[in-house]
Design a protein around this ligand. Structure first.
Ligand code: IPD
Length: 273
């Protein structure tokens, strides 16, 4: 049976908006927070509620599809990307922001088929930013077409990067060396605490580069499509092809800029998703 992508896109939009209402409602209130792998790796009742709601609805509508979700994975469900249509969900990206009521948090929903992204929806209900992309049909912010800035020179580029803490001294040394080199060479650096939204900033031309070593498939599954549909580049930080399950991403407003980043960045390995 063939896949109706119009229907899937409408479903993703409806689910993102429903989740947005839950996030907005909970945003200013006290949150029930649990630590996962560390005091900086958090989950709230909102993350769990949204993921349960989104996956049950998708399962009901598309019983043959597969699912990858941040909280399902944390609960021990196998995280596997095959050629089958696979929905990849981060119920609350920027959970630490959400916990602090820092208004930079979103839900991210993507559908991948044959290991390629077909649609992506990233919704920040606090700032009312709805980012959408469909394969070969462009990237949009609240219905308006967006494009990367196209800048080519790192010294004139704004670089967004998350330098999440790693309980491993060797990895932290790499993080610090990379940060130092970038601070010296680019126009400015920013870190806003949601990989999915950071990537959307590159897609809309507000920043030129986003890279991270250590993020997960659900943080980037929707936003990689936003970048490419906005005319940007998505690579592995070694310069090779991007691999969704390999915990790294380099997004840039032009191939020239991507190459300058590849020359500069040092990489460390994480366990694959
Ligand atoms: C995290 C955020 C953060 C990034 C981490 C992600 P979560 O996602 O996107 O900015 O640096 O790598 O895991 O846990 O808030 O969904």
């Amino acid at each position: 049976n063939s896949l109706d992508l119009d229907d899937c896109f409408q479903t993703a939009l409806d689910l993102a908006k429903e989740a947005g209402l839950i996030i907005s409602e909970a945003f200013k209130k006290a949150k029930k927070v649990e630590e996962k792998t560390s005091p900086r790796d958090l989950v709230t009742e909102t993350d769990k509620l949204i993921e349960d709601q989104v996956i049950s609805k998708l399962q009901e509508l598309y019983p043959n599809h597969k699912f990858i979700g941040e909280e399902s994975t944390a609960a021990g469900i196998k995280c596997e990307l095959t050629n089958d249509p696979t929905w990849i969900i981060d119920p609350v990206d920027g959970t630490l922001n959400f916990v602090h009521s820092f208004p930079y948090t979103c839900i991210s929903i993507a559908l991948w088929v044959d290991k390629k992204p077909c649609l992506g929806v990233v919704y920040n209900p606090v700032l009312q930013q709805l980012y959408t992309a469909r394969k070969n049909a462009g990237a949009f912010l609240n219905g308006e077409r967006i494009r990367v800035s196209g800048k080519e020179d790192l010294s004139r580029s704004l670089v967004v990067m998350e330098m999440g803490y790693r309980p491993d001294e060797k990895k932290m040394e790499v993080v610090h060396r990379n940060a130092k080199k970038l601070i010296e060479r680019c126009h400015g650096t920013r870190a806003l605490g949601s990989a999915a939204l950071d990537m959307c900033l590159v897609a809309e031309g507000a920043a030129e580069v986003y890279w991270e070593n250590g993020l997960h498939a659900w943080d980037m599954a929707a936003s990689v499509l936003l970048i490419t549909e906005a005319g940007g580049v998505v690579l592995d930080i070694t310069g090779g092809p991007h691999d969704l399950m390999n915990r790294r991403v380099l997004c840039a407003a032009s191939p020239q800029l991507a190459q300058q980043m590849v020359q500069l960045l040092e990489v460390y390995d994480e366990d694959r998703d």
